[in-house]
Write a protein that binds this ligand. Structure first.
Ligand code: NAP
Length: 312
């Protein structure tokens, strides 16, 4: 088995669960030093950047040299970087697509020929409930996960004649490093900035982990997708994710939109109150929705830079 994005959160839990099942597990991520405890448990830890073709080639060469045939690929690596569509630099949007969509497919393409020849293999993509429901301020992240929905379905039908299976996992809110990285760009605005209020609301929503699920819940679904005689096409976990996906399917767009606006306003208000009334979610003065032109001057940073800051 090869699991990407294994250095934290969901990927780490998937590697642990697969080791417990007795699989040979290759754990890939850029921060190799963060995976030493997985190596202690028996994982074969590899440096992997899924946006780098050479890095992908090196990983697959190593697996081949070990004489191991990949029966399963878990495409878990991914990140979100939130922001309003007017302000997110196109380079940052491209970067999210590079990791969440193109990098994922670049690795998958390299793994497929071997699986197809052996007529054996399972691919599990970690999508998101964000691929079925939308919120403002997460537009680019949603776009990557919506894309993964279509790609997973197309891939499943294309590879089925060769005996392969493709499953998509749709996690809801899960405790990991994801939210801190996603909300980081939302916390840089002065309160009078044009989109300060909606960003404050979304930052507060992303910070609320009161109903969050655990990475282990997702790992359990992945193990099912990799081992069950009839793997499912989709697994939404935890229950809240299933409810939200159902509601989005059920409601007309205007009703969903009204609900989203209500939720954002409620969280923005609560964030202000929690900060002593009139202060923003990050401690600055709370301001009106609109004000002098003052967009995110610092710009959105790469996920690597943000990750460093989120950890420090
Ligand atoms: N947490 C949630 O609420 C949630 C909800 C729905 C879906 N998801 C999805 O679940 C997946 C795992 O996220 P998580 O919650 O576990 O977040 P996380 O704790 O931030 O883990 C993300 C992982 O992706 C890796 N990664 C990022 N860019 C990479 C790249 N270019 N090449 C290789 N690895 C890369 C990171 O490792 P390095 O930085 O070391 O490379 C890290 O191990 C993501 O696809 C995310 O979109 C998460």
């Amino acid at each position: 088995m090869l699991v990407t994005g294994a250095s934290s959160g969901i990927g780490e839990a998937i590697v642990t669960a697969l080791l417990e099942q007795g699989f040979i597990v290759y754990a890939g991520a850029r921060r190799v030093e963060r995976m030493s405890h997985l190596a202690d448990k028996g994982a074969r830890v590899l440096a992997l950047d899924i946006t780098d073709a050479d890095s992908i080639a090196a990983v697959l060469t190593r697996i081949e040299r070990d004489g191991v045939e990949l029966d399963g690929l878990v495409n878990n690596a991914g990140y979100g970087s939130y922001g309003v569509l007017e302000e997110v630099p196109i380079e940052e949007a491209r970067r999210q697509f590079e990791v969440n969509v193109f990098g994922l497919m670049a690795l998958t393409r390299e793994v497929l020929p071997g699986m197809r020849r052996r007529r054996r293999g399972r691919i599990v993509n970690i999508g998101s409930m964000a691929g079925r429901i939308w919120f403002p301020v997460g537009g680019w992240y949603h776009a990557t996960k919506y894309a993964l929905e279509a790609l997973s379905d197309a891939l499943r039908v294309e590879t089925r004649p060769f005996g392969l299976s493709v499953s998509l996992i749709q996690p809801g809110v899960i405790r990991s490093e994801w939210a801190a990285i996603a909300r980081k760009p939302l916390c840089e605005d002065p309160p009078e900035a044009p989109y300060a209020r909606i960003k404050r609301g979304m930052a507060a929503i992303l910070a609320d982990h009161s109903r969050a699920g655990t990475p282990e819940m997702i790992a359990e679904a992945v193990v099912h997708a990799l081992t069950a005689s009839r793997p499912r096409r989709r697994y939404a976990r935890p229950r809240d994710a299933r409810i939200l996906i159902f509601l989005h399917w059920l409601l007309p767009t205007w009703a969903w939109e009204r609900g989203v606006r209500w939720l954002l306003a409620r969280y923005a208000r609560k964030a202000s109150d929690d900060n002593g009334g009139g202060t923003s979610v990050d401690g600055g003065e709370a301001g009106p929705d609109s004000g002098p032109e003052n967009s995110n001057e610092s710009g959105n940073k790469s996920d690597g830079e943000k990750r460093g800051e989120a950890e420090s």
